[in-house]
Design a protein around this ligand. Structure first.
Ligand SMILES: Nc1ncnc2c1ncn2[C@@H]1O[C@H](COP(=O)(O)OP(=O)(O)O)[C@@H](O)[C@H]1O
Ligand SMILES: [Mg+2]
Length: 400
């Protein structure tokens, strides 16, 4: 098996060099990217087409990022995740940036792995719904530099009790934009990228409320000939993990589809994936979805101010995405249903495609007991991010 990331610090230079020799396309168009991957670019592009550009990100010196963040001033600290601190900064040309400092000791393998995962995945991505990487810095510590989001994450906006509730139109727009970003990661960019930690605090908002997927610390490449990977340890966010990932460490696009379903529920309900009393959003929402009680699902802070038809549609897509059998979840990118006319795509459904209930009915044989046992957090630990050894092997599996 080919390693997808390098472990030793001395490998950074090699990694940076190898990445900067690859050539992502210049436009954010998913079809353009896919053509480049398939090698169609050279055959079909007219002679006058501009040559493919090298990645637009660059290496920053420590002095540059220290100056930009005012010496990592406490007042510039805008976010703290499970493994990082994020500071607001400003470049000499006035551009606002977010500087993400990877936490942990310099010998910490996870720190390097997260850094390389993020650099090696989002460094290739160019899409309006994916947070743009501007560069990195490996002087003294490990830093990633991104465009700054003044609005912060969807979680910060959605769950902030002190601000007016986020309106329905914004929530629906965030659902559709995030689906576009995921579709691009799964199909549109150079190689299949599985994010593995889709959730509201990892989706940032632009000034005009466009969502941008961020935090690629757990992301994985998936070679095109592989059906999935089996990964250990299992990491991610409790309440957002697909059953096949939680139990066997199996990761593929459907891992993200499941988490996207939970994200849709977050948007509809305004609830967190796991609440203060350790009850999961999934276990609370499932019976309401099953009984079609959409009004009971919708965030009470919205009152009557939401489009019932749209809410039903988003809830319907969420219910499909959180299905226990991965094969019966829709795909972000293509129809999974044989003998139907292509109505299997998440984005299509969210954007108003015809919903035919009969197409989505699972055959009796495929209906499995919902995995209730992992929905609610039963221990005393408040921490929602976790990391546990996988019960399965860590080897990757190829399709035949
Ligand atoms: N580009 C950005 N602009 C503004 N805030 C950001 C940006 N990137 C991250 N943040 C803030 O920092 C938090 C942690 O960042 P994240 O990349 O998710 O780190 P972690 O891997 O530690 O979870 C986010 O939830 C968000 O609030
Ligand atoms: Mg995060």
């Amino acid at each position: 098996m080919k390693p997808l990331y390098l472990r030793s610090s001395s490998s950074f230079k090699r990694l940076l060099l190898s990445i900067s020799h690859r050539s992502p396309p210049t436009t954010p168009s998913p079809t353009h990217d896919a053509a480049a991957v398939a090698g169609e670019e050279e055959e079909e592009a007219p002679p006058e087409s501009p040559p493919l550009k090298k990645p637009t990100w660059r290496c920053f010196s420590y002095d540059e990022i220290e100056r930009a963040t005012g010496g990592f001033r406490e007042t510039n600290l805008v976010g703290r995740g499970g493994s990082s601190e994020v500071y607001r900064g400003e470049l000499p040309d006035g551009r606002a940036v977010a500087v993400k400092r990877l936490m942990g000791s310099s010998a910490c393998e996870r720190r390097e792995r997260d850094f390389l995962a993020e650099l090696g995945t989002v460094g290739h991505a160019r899409h309006p719904n994916v947070c743009a990487l501007l560069g990195c810095c490996v002087d003294r510590d490990l830093y990633l530099v991104f465009d700054f989001s003044h609005r912060g994450s969807v979680a910060a906006n959605l769950h902030d009790e002190g601000s007016p509730a986020m309106g329905w139109a914004a929530r629906r727009g965030i659902a559709v934009g995030t689906a576009r970003g995921l579709e691009y990661l799964h199909k549109g960019c150079q190689r299949r990228i599985i994010h593995r930690d889709i959730k509201a605090s990892n989706v940032l908002l632009t000034d005009d409320l466009q969502p941008q997927i961020s935090d690629f610390g757990l992301a994985k490449w998936l070679p095109s000939e592989w059906t999935h990977r089996a990964i250990a340890p299992i990491e991610g966010t409790f309440g957002c993990l697909a059953p096949e990932y939680y139990t066997h460490g199996i990761v593929d696009e459907k891992t993200d589809v499941f988490a996207f379903g939970v994200f849709l529920l977050e948007l509809i309900t305004g609830r967190k994936p796991v609440d203060g009393s350790h009850r999961s959003l999934l276990s609370w929402a499932r019976p309401l979805l099953a009984d079609g009680k959409i009004d009971a699902l919708v965030d009470p802070r919205l009152g009557e101010s939401y489009d019932g038809e749209e809410a039903r549609r988003v809830a319907f897509v969420a219910a499909l995405c959180i299905r226990a059998p991965a094969t019966w979840r829709p795909s972000m990118t293509e129809s999974v249903w044989i003998n139907t006319d292509g109505a299997g795509q998440v984005l299509e459904l969210l954007e108003g495609g015809e919903i035919r209930q009969d197409q989505w009915a699972m055959p009796e044989a495929d209906v499995v007991e919902e995995p209730w046992w992992f929905d609610d957090l039963e221990d005393e630990d408040e921490e929602e991010e976790f990391n546990t050894p996988s019960p399965s092997s860590s080897s990757s599996t190829t399709s035949n």
